[in-house]
Write a protein that binds this ligand. Sequence first.
Ligand SMILES: Nc1ncnc2c1ncn2[C@@H]1O[C@H](COP(=O)(O)OP(=O)(O)OP(=O)(O)O)[C@@H](O)[C@H]1O
Length: 302
Amino acid sequence: MDTVLSIKNLSKHYGRIKAIDNLSLEVKRGNVYGILGPNGSGKTTTLGTILSVINQTSGEFEWFGEPSSQNTRKRIGAILEHPIFYPYLTGVQNLKIVCDIKEVSYDRVEEVLKLVDLDERKESKFKTYSLGMKQRLSIASAMLCDPEVLILDEPTNGLDPQGIAEIRDLIMDIANSGKTIIIASHLLDEVQKVCTHFCVLQRGVLIHDGLVEDVGKGDIIVEVRADAENLQEVLEKSEMTSHIKRELDKYTLTMKNGFASREINEYLFGQGIVAKHLIVKVKTLEKQFLEILAEQKGGGNA
Ligand SMILES: Nc1ncnc2c1ncn2[C@@H]1O[C@H](COP(=O)(O)OP(=O)(O)OP(=O)(O)O)[C@@H](O)[C@H]1O
């Protein structure tokens, strides 16, 4: 898989503030790459720098294996801030203006409006659009020059659940057409649902990167409830768990390697206990994210 973006030792300092601190990462073709981080962690500065809108203090980055240039820039579509559309012009008219600026054929307008599912409202004035429609028009505008890479900063900010779901579906459609997508977000659920890869920034420092599908791998967590006074004692005797946590009548078990819900269920049954609640808990990206941040604090790096 070829590398679309390669960032090496990139830093951006504003006086004493290290907005990006020695950041290195790679995005491969076809990745949907989520840049996660709390407020002020350097996500927007990172996007601004790789789009050459912000000059880095040190370090470098390459697009498509070459230094950033007008040529590489043409292969990237980006929405960093809300693009300015004319409220009294229609969706089509606004996109035609963008075509003029970007020197793109008007033929693309219909295609991108279909892509973002705005073709039925294309003749309506921009000011009549909902927030979700406005955001979809922004994405349409970024897609006009058929870029290989789409960069989105907090694409679902301020949208209602339906608007969020529409943008999520749109991002997945664009990704399925083979585009590479880079999304900065503080919404863990959003990243978990649409991204293939993610990294976590904290105070400009990359503290984690990996595959989204690996989230939740590792320890198996099983929750158990049963009407048995000796449940804790029986669970402790099982030697199948490395940790047992009790909250009222619920026991949360961290299973040892090789043991899962089936084994604990069989064991309890053999001890004359019938579980009335037995579920495997899958770790969410949110949990992993909080653990990653907590580890950093524990390590004294934050
Ligand atoms: N032009 C600037 N001048 C001074 N400091 C800045 C400037 N731009 C960003 N910063 C600082 O750099 C740090 C990173 O900011 P950045 O906006 O990149 O973070 P972010 O992760 O995108 O945050 P948010 O989610 O709140 O947008 C913050 O401490 C911010 O205050």
